[in-house]
Ligand binder design. Structure first.
Ligand SMILES: CC(C)(COP(=O)(O)OP(=O)(O)OC[C@H]1O[C@@H](n2cnc3c(N)ncnc32)[C@H](O)[C@@H]1OP(=O)(O)O)[C@@H](O)C(=O)NCCC(=O)NCCS
Length: 323
C-alpha cells in the first residue's frame, strides 16, 4: 500500500515534477525556476506538497537500485505579499496527479493554506471547473464579470507583419529607467511589484522588451518565457493600445532565435479586451488558425483589486498574480 507524506517547501526535484505534470495534463506554463523566483520575491512562500512516502527503488537481477526520486502526488502554493494595503495572499499550483484525483488529497491541502491566510485578503485564478467551488467553499466570491480567455496560434502559422506602427519603438528593459518602468507598472497593478518585476526579467529562458512612444514615454512592456512542450508564453504582456502592442510583439519575436520553431504562442487575457485577439490575428497567416477557450477567473476573498483590462494582453503569473 502506498503511503503519503506532506512536505512543505520540498527539494527542487519535486517542483520540477510539478512543472512537468501541470504542463502535460493542464497546459500550464510554469518554469522550473519559478520556485526560487517565488521564494525570493515574496515576503513569505509555502509550497505544500504530498509525495509518496519513502524512497523509490527498482530491481534488476539481484541488484536493487535507489532511483533517488520522491514521487510527487499533489500540491498547492501560497505567497504572502505585503503592501501599503496590508498583506495579500495568493494561492496557486493547486494540482493532483490524475491517478490520485478524487481520493480526498486535494481539499485538505487547500484547507492547510487557507488556515494560514486566515482573515486576510486572498486571490487565486480559478479554472472554469473549480471557480464556483472556490467561491462557495472558501469565500473567493469577489470577482469581475469577465473570465480570462486563452487564445493561441501555432508559431508555424504566424508571421511578422510587413507593416506595424511607426509611432512606437522598443528597448531592452535594462536600457530604460527602472524607476519609470516600475511607475508604468503601477498603472497596471496598484501594488508595488518592483522586486517581482526584476525577478521576471532576470529569469533564464525569457525575453523582455519595453515599448515607448515618440516622446520616450513608456507605454507597455512584456516578457516572453520559453516553457515546456516547446511553447512561447508571454507573461506578462501589457500595452496602452493596439499599435504599441503590435510593435512590442514584433520586436520580441525578432529577439527570440528561430521563434518560428516553437510550437505555439498564446495570450491569456480578460474577455472584455478584444485587442489581444486582434494582435494575434495580425500576426497569424489565417484567422481560423487561432484557437480560443475560456480558461480562468481572477477571484478574491475580501476585496476585489481592479485592473486596467484594456491594457492587459497577457497575465503575468497565473499562480501568484491577479494581473
Ligand atoms: C483540483 C484538484 C487539485 C482537486 O484535487 P483532488 O485530490 O481531486 O480533490 P479531492 O479529492 O480532495 O476533492 C474532492 C471534491 O472536492 C472538490 N474540491 C477539491 N478541492 C477543492 C477546493 N479547493 N475548493 C472547493 N472544492 C474542492 C473537488 O472538486 C471534488 O468535488 P466533486 O466531488 O464535487 O467533484 C484536482 O482535481 C486537479 O489536479 N485538477 C486539475 C488541475 C486544476 O484544475 N487545478 C485547479 C486550478 S484552479
Amino acid at each position: 500500500m502506498v503511503e503519503f507524506e506532506t512536505l512543505v517547501n520540498p527539494p527542487q526535484e519535486v517542483f520540477d515534477q510539478i512543472v512537468k505534470y501541470t504542463s502535460e495534463t493542464e497546459d500550464w506554463a510554469s518554469q522550473t525556476g519559478d520556485y526560487k523566483l517565488w521564494l525570493s520575491s515574496y515576503d513569505q512562500f509555502w509550497l505544500v506538497t504530498v509525495v509518496e512516502k519513502g524512497l523509490k527503488y527498482t530491481t534488476s537481477g539481484n541488484y536493487i537500485y535507489h532511483l533517488g526520486t520522491t514521487n510527487f502526488v499533489a500540491s498547492v502554493s501560497l505567497a504572502r505579499w505585503d503592501g501599503d494595503d496590508g498583506p495579500l495572499f495568493s494561492i496557486g499550483m493547486f494540482y493532483c496527479v490524475p491517478k490520485y484525483r478524487g481520493t480526498g488529497l486535494g481539499k485538505p491541502l487547500f484547507q492547510y493554506v487557507m488556515d494560514i491566510v486566515g482573515d486576510n485578503n486572498a486571490t487565486l485564478t480559478g479554472v472554469v471547473k473549480m471557480s464556483p467551488k472556490y467561491a462557495s467553499d472558501f469565500g473567493f466570491d469577489k470577482y469581475p464579470e469577465h473570465w480570462h480567455l486563452f487564445s493561441s496560434a501555432k508559431c508555424a502559422e504566424m508571421v511578422i507583419p510587413d507593416k506595424v506602427s511607426e509611432n512606437y519603438t522598443t528597448k531592452l528593459w535594462s536600457d530604460v529607467d527602472y524607476v519609470e518602468l516600475t511607475a508604468y507598472d503601477r498603472t497596471i497593478c496598484v501594488r508595488n511589484r518592483k522586486k517581482i518585476m526584476s525577478a521576471w526579467f532576470n529569469s533564464v529562458d525569457t525575453f523582455s522588451r519595453v515599448v515607448l512612444d515618440k516622446s520616450g514615454k513608456i507605454v507597455g512592456y512584456a516578457t516572453v518565457r520559453l516553457v515546456l512542450k516547446n511553447r512561447l508564453s508571454p507573461a506578462p504582456f501589457y500595452a496602452d493600445n493596439l499599435e504599441a502592442a503590435e510593435v512590442l510583439l514584433k520586436d520580441l519575436l525578432i529577439m527570440i532565435p528561430d521563434w518560428q520553431q516553437y510550437a505555439s504562442f498564446g495570450f491569456l487575457y480578460p474577455e472584455c479586451n478584444k485587442d489581444p485577439f486582434e494582435v494575434l490575428n495580425k500576426f497569424s497567416k489565417r484567422r481560423e488558425a487561432i484557437s480560443t477557450s475560456r480558461f480562468i477567473r481572477s477571484q478574491f476573498t475580501r476585496e476585489l483589486i481592479s485592473t486596467p483590462d484594456n491594457k492587459v494582453y497577457s497575465l503575468s503569473d497565473i499562480a501568484h498574480q491577479f494581473v
